[in-house]
Ligand binder design. Structure first.
Ligand SMILES: CC(C)(COP(=O)(O)OP(=O)(O)OC[C@H]1O[C@@H](n2cnc3c(N)ncnc32)[C@H](O)[C@@H]1OP(=O)(O)O)[C@@H](O)C(=O)NCCC(=O)NCCS
Length: 192
């Protein structure tokens, strides 16, 4: 796996720009992330989500990039670059794979934005970082996330029964993954 480039990547899709998080995103991040329907699907997203939480998150995103550990990309609108959500790619150097996480604010749900963003980040990881495999997981209560992973070509690889304890309740965890060769093959098929 290659190191992150010195300059933070900017990825463009049909409707989106994926970019680094900026101080100017803090207010909007705090507003949009302060939603129990967002934190419900995510293992580490706090609720309530305050301005201080957002400030700390921006610092962490920058440090994770410098440490070559996690690529945190803002999903933003192509026309006005306004913050909509995030895609994160957590690198596992020992095994040359990465784990994807993602969320988008409620006004943008069900418009195909996360699949569009995730596909671009996966392409960057496979082609530029030379990652061998990308994984993702979701709770059994979050089938919309499974649909996102299906749309980007991941395979459903199994279910870890009652693996995840959250608020006193055990959740099944669904495992998904895709290999570089599978992703590149899909891209060739889609473009032909
Ligand atoms: C889950 C989430 C990432 C989806 O992002 P999105 O950009 O809205 O994704 P899509 O536009 O592809 O829409 C979701 C898809 O799931 C489907 N879906 C929604 N609810 C569903 C359900 N209960 N069962 C099955 N499919 C469902 C939708 O119909 C849609 O598929 P379609 O386009 O084939 O109709 C977004 O809702 C979100 O950020 N949720 C909160 C945070 C979160 O859960 N993150 C994932 C953690 S693993």
């Amino acid at each position: 796996m290659k190191k992150f480039p010195e300059t933070f990547p900017v990825l463009k899709t049909e409707r989106l720009i994926l970019r680094s998080i900026e101080d100017s995103d803090i207010t909007r991040l705090a507003e949009l992330a302060n939603d129990p329907d967002i934190s419900r699907g995510l293992s580490s997203m706090p609720y309530p989500y305050t301005l201080d939480t957002a400030k700390e998150w921006v610092i962490k995103c920058r440090q994770d990039y410098l440490d070559n550990e996690v690529l945190h990309m803002v999903i933003s609108d192509k026309s006005d670059k306004v913050f909509m959500g995030m895609v994160d790619l957590d690198m596992c150097h020992a095994h040359n794979h990465a784990t994807a996480g993602y969320w988008i604010a409620k006004p943008y749900w069900s418009q195909g934005y996360v699949p569009e963003a995730l596909r671009a980040v996966m392409q960057f990881a496979f082609e530029s970082l030379e990652v061998h495999r990308i994984n993702a997981v979701h709770l059994h209560t979050n089938p919309a996330s499974g649909r996102v992973l299906q749309k980007v070509g991941m395979l459903h690889e199994g279910i870890r029964r009652q693996h995840f304890l959250k608020n006193g309740y055990y959740y099944d965890l669904h495992d998904w993954g895709i290999l570089r060769e599978e992703f590149l093959e899909l891209m060739i098929t889609e473009n032909s």
